[in-house]
Ligand binder design. Structure first.
Ligand code: GRG
Length: 292
């Protein structure tokens, strides 16, 4: 693959094809619920987490076919989290992925249930993967469940911290859970499917921890520096909700410096892997420099 852009295009295409096969058709009852699932799932997300599963898996020699269900399952968990995050009881947002949020387009109950189905099917999709051994599937399901639970903890802590002054340590804990856990498991899952050894798994885990943090810092920076139009979601929401963010705690310049440092940590972890890690490096560069 000659460039990261091509890799992303390739990932989006094969993951969308796979997701289309895995989620219920709109024609299947209850039609409106299935329409809501597809509304959010195919709304044009970046597919970053599936790309990370594929990139990590390929780095350690996995066949693409063996990675597709796991990558799709993680995108389902991610999309469920976005649908629920946008609900009035949480972030109360009208716009996601450039379109109306699920509860705005449909209604709250439908959005809650659309998220519930995506969360549930994700585990079924891995459990029924005929490309993987039972041992690998059990490990994947265990790690996915643990990470999905950590994400919920992070979301709770984040909501609880609104309007309060929190320390940098507390901010890190929120984000390691809320955003970091799913990014972390994405990279690990690819390596697990590929049968990577303990040392490589440790290195990829360290890489993914830095990547998760980097993603959150750049997400916070984009919230204050980009428009809603570019982001496809409401910009400036963090400040409005008095959320603790990296720019709020460090200031813009220091938050940017921190992003550079965390990016360097991610690359350092990759240096411990005796394989061609070019794709994983490109992904870290992409997150550091992303514009949306
Ligand atoms: C509701 C259980 C539950 C969890 C919600 C992920 C999350 C936890 C909340 C989302 C809030 C948010 C904006 C977090 C910042 C990081 C993040 C996950 C951004 C969205 O991910 P992208 O940019 O989205 O990869 P796309 O749409 O491209 O997939």
């Amino acid at each position: 693959m000659s460039s990261l852009k091509e890799f992303f295009e390739h990932c989006s295409r094969i993951i969308d094809e796979q997701l289309d096969k895995l989620v219920p058709a709109v024609e299947t009852a209850p039609e409106r619920l299935h329409e809501a699932i597809r509304w959010s799932l195919f709304a044009g997300g970046k597919r970053l987490r599936p790309a990370l599963v594929l990139a990590a898996g390929k780095t350690f020699g996995a066949d693409e076919s063996g990675l597709l269900r796991t990558a799709s399952a993680i995108e389902m968990i991610h999309t469920y989290s976005l649908i629920h995050d946008d609900l009035p009881a949480m972030d109360d947002d009208d716009m996601r992925r450039g379109k109306a949020t699920c509860h705005k387009k449909f209604d709250e109950a439908t959005a809650i249930l659309a998220g519930d189905i995506l969360h549930t099917i994700a585990f079924q999709v891995v459990a029924e993967d005929e490309n993987l051994t039972d041992k690998i599937k059990t490990k994947l399901i265990t790690e996915l469940a643990r990470s999905a639970a950590k994400m919920v903890d992070g979301q709770y802590l984040d909501l609880e911290a609104e309007g309060k002054t929190i320390s940098i340590r507390e901010l890190e804990t929120i984000h390691q859970n809320k955003t970091g856990a799913i990014i972390h498991v994405s990279a690990r899952a690819g390596a697990i499917v590929a049968g990577a050894g303990e040392n490589d798994l440790r290195a990829i885990s360290d890489y993914a921890s830095s990547l998760g943090l980097l993603f959150q810092i750049t997400d916070d920076l984009l919230d204050v520096t980009q428009t809603s139009e570019v982001l496809g979601k409401t910009a400036g929401k963090d400040k409005a909700a008095e959320k603790a963010t990296y720019p709020a705690l460090y200031g813009l310049k220091e938050a940017r410096n921190l992003a550079q440092k965390v990016h360097a940590d991610a690359i350092e972890a990759l240096n411990r892997i005796d394989k061609d890690t070019g794709l994983l490096r490109d992904l870290a560069d992409f997150i550091l420099n992303r514009k949306k």
